[in-house]
Design a protein around this ligand. Sequence first.
Ligand code: ADP
Length: 482
Amino acid sequence: MRTNRPIFTETNAIHRFLIWSEKRKNGPFYIRYGVPVILVAVATALKIQLLGSFSASSPFLLYFAIICFCTITAGIGPAIVAVVLSAVAADYFFILPKNEFTFTGLAFYKMAVFLAESAFIILLSSAIMSAYRRVNQVQTLFRAMIEKGSEGIVLTNREGKRVYVSPSIERIIGYTADEFLLMEPWVLADPDELEDMKAKMDDLLLHPGENISFIHRMRHKDGRWIWMENSITNLLDDDAVCAIVANFYNVTERVILEQKKDDFIGIASHELKTPITTLKASIQLLDRMKSEPQHDMMPKLIERSRRNIDKLTELVEELLNASQIGQGHLHLAKTEFVVTDLLMECCHHIHSAEKHNLVVEGDRELQVCADRARIDQVVVNLVNNAIKYAPQSKDIFLCVERANGDVRISVKDNGPGVAPEKLPYIFDRYYRAEVNSFNNSGLGLGLYISSEIIKKHGGQIGVDSKQGEGSTFWFTLPIERN
Ligand code: ADP
């Protein structure tokens, strides 16, 4: 069975030994310095026993290995101890005349060469260790980037078989690296996009070193379609890589947001066009009547124009608000006020239209410290929505109460309610529950703006709704003092 191609040197025995050695360097002092003493003693005893096999002309051979081992596993200090002990033992036991210390003539030269070679071994071993340490650090960094990052990496060989799949792929498409490695290419791709993607890949195979990027759909393990941005480079001719390298990013959220923006532009244009068309028609009629100012239609046309200008102003303000909030420019001017006062005053337009009954209930004394104009905007939006989406609901209830140390304000209607599957998205930007309906106009921004205002105050916003049983939109504000 095919398995992932090893791409890190940790899989190699020398690297594993060097990593192990690195850890030993932090070991206790007596072990680090005891090891050279023991090793030199054992090597000396061995050499004395096997003196016949070891030529007296190479008395330091075994000691070099000990010095190298001590430098790698214990550091420079223990290596110097090994050098000194080896020099003493070799001089006494193996350099002629034996069994006495000699530091003159040939013995002196031998000792000088030994010390120089030992210094060279220590330097070389330390340099190798620090190079490996660096390689290890870089490798750990790359491993973290490849395995823990949000990007999936796949290497494919010349025959089209996957040879390496990064573990991060599981977070993107739900399949483990091993499952994805053994999967035939393209099985998860959208059949409608297959021909196009295959043509792109065939073309890439003819152009070593080149890169292509495209966005395509892929089937997640749980069955849903996700959008992938795929950046593929042909590195088959690069000896170190020898593969086609594909980097995958999950861009589903970005694609959906872009689609929502496109839909939004369509809706916004429609919303703006309706009052503009009516306004234009009214102005044309007024223009024709300018010679007869007493005409019966005149006041009606002026009133219609005013209403359409109000509607346009409202839409433009909503767009401006959403754009300011999107850029993080929502500033609050907090004051203390009684919540019921705000509820009584904010919806004059509803009272004067006399179509709906606003019933204010609850604790009439409760005060909050908040941006009054912004809270007014939230309440007006919730009440306007209740009227827009629950037109048959004669009574609309506004309630103020204390809840878990906060003030809770709710707007309740007896309209059609919101479908449970739509509830999680209702406060999202551009979200409109009835997407294809132009019966109820709106930009899908009102609840988003309201939720941002409430979040900025440190409160919460939500909705309790059952289809057919009306909705209660509510928000909380912390009770705080200036
Ligand atoms: P819009 O500009 O579309 O009114 P909102 O953000 O204010 O945008 O509302 C988002 C969606 O929530 C609306 O399109 C509507 O489907 C749904 N909605 C809001 N209020 C109510 C309500 N009281 N009853 C039923 N649905 C509602």
